[in-house]
Design a protein around this ligand. Structure first.
Ligand code: SAM
Length: 318
């Protein structure tokens, strides 16, 4: 193809908040900034003061939801709080840098990026969630900074079409948890009689590309393929933080976090930290599980934040 033809196929129009299949930006490199907009010394990994850094050293974190958070499960069944997202972003990036959320859902990562002056791009298969991201970003537009956030309706397997290598400073996401939500809810997990979750399947979709429809083995391998393809997009020493719980299934513990650690290590990521997100302050109306013969901890009371990085590239000295 001639240079002129190649150019005419490049997207021309400015990107707003979303890219869908019909957009001229679909599966093209996106025009998003990725360089620092702060004056921090080059060796600093974030813009935090020593005092803020000190607070982040605890290995157990707690958060509360705010009015802007999406908590209605009929709008999206599994969102994390904006405050959690902001903490991860502020810990691992500088202002102006680029964040990627491969499973963006309701767009919490994008809202947090807008609040903190970071560029960000998020992907989701579902049109309804991309619409939701668009609405949230419009309501959250931040006049005081120049960062941009974009949500793209596409499969996480196709992300590399949009990004240049070594431009992403943080991958931060909460992926589907294999097919463990893909079942009707039993009354046990909630004490109240008006339990709206009862008998419902709280799943994102039945799309075969949706990782929430897959058995754990298939899921783990697909996650490995996706994150393996994303590793070259990360800058060396850039972090990748994944939020997952473990689950009970037919009275067996499904250790999703163990499967993911093993898989990502085999794809070139290095595990740095495991942080516990203590959710006890935000769960309520818990029913009794297992009493009096079978002790099981409730999955909803804590989740893991698995912190990996792309290992530094060591120069060989002769
Ligand atoms: C746990 S939710 C993310 C929630 C998000 N952290 C929030 O606060 O709203 C996981 C999302 O992954 C999406 N998803 C599942 N399979 C996908 C795929 N192959 N590519 C892109 N998104 C996918 C689902 O539609 C769902 O919205």
């Amino acid at each position: 193809m001639s240079e002129k033809n190649k150019k005419s196929q490049q997207p021309q129009s400015p990107v707003d908040f979303v890219i869908r299949e019909e957009s001229c930006h679909y599966r093209h490199r996106i025009p998003l900034g990725f360089n620092r907009a702060c004056k921090c010394p080059p060796t600093h990994i974030n813009c935090l003061t020593a005092k803020d850094w000190l607070k982040s050293q605890l290995g157990v974190w707690q958060f509360t939801y705010e009015a802007r958070d999406v908590r209605d499960k009929s709008i999206h069944p599994a969102t994390f709080p904006i405050s959690l997202s902001k903490k991860v972003i502020e810990l691992f990036t500088h202002q102006g840098e680029l964040i990627l959320d491969p499973f963006v859902g309701s767009g919490t990562t994008l809202v947090a990026a807008s609040d903190t002056n970071r560029n960000a791009v998020g992907f989701d298969l579902q049109e309804k969630y991309i619409d939701l991201c668009e609405q949230r970003l419009k309501h959250n537009s931040n006049l005081f900074n120049e960062s941009r956030q974009i949500s793209i309706q596409d499969d996480a397997r196709d992300i590399t079409a949009y990004l240049e290598p070594e431009t992403v400073s943080l991958i931060w996401t909460s992926p589907p948890y294999a097919n463990l939500l893909n079942r009707t809810r039993k009354n046990k997990s909630r004490r109240d009689r008006n339990n709206e979750q009862l008998g419902k399947v709280e799943q994102y979709s039945q799309d075969v590309r949706d990782l929430g429809t897959m058995e754990i083995e298939d899921y783990t391998q697909t996650m490995g393929n996706i994150f393996g393809s994303l590793l070259p997009m990360l800058r060396p020493k850039a972090h990748c933080v994944i939020n997952v719980p473990d689950m009970w299934w037919e009275n067996k513990r499904i250790t999703i976090h163990v499967s993911l650690i093993q898989e990502l290590r085999s794809r070139g990521y290095e595990l740095r930290n495991i942080i516990i997100w203590d959710r006890t302050n935000i769960v309520n109306k818990i029913g009794i599980f297992g009493w009096p013969s079978n002790y099981i901890t409730m999955g909803v009371t804590f989740e893991y934040l698995l912190d990996f990085w792309r290992p530094p590239i060591h120069e060989v000295v002769f």
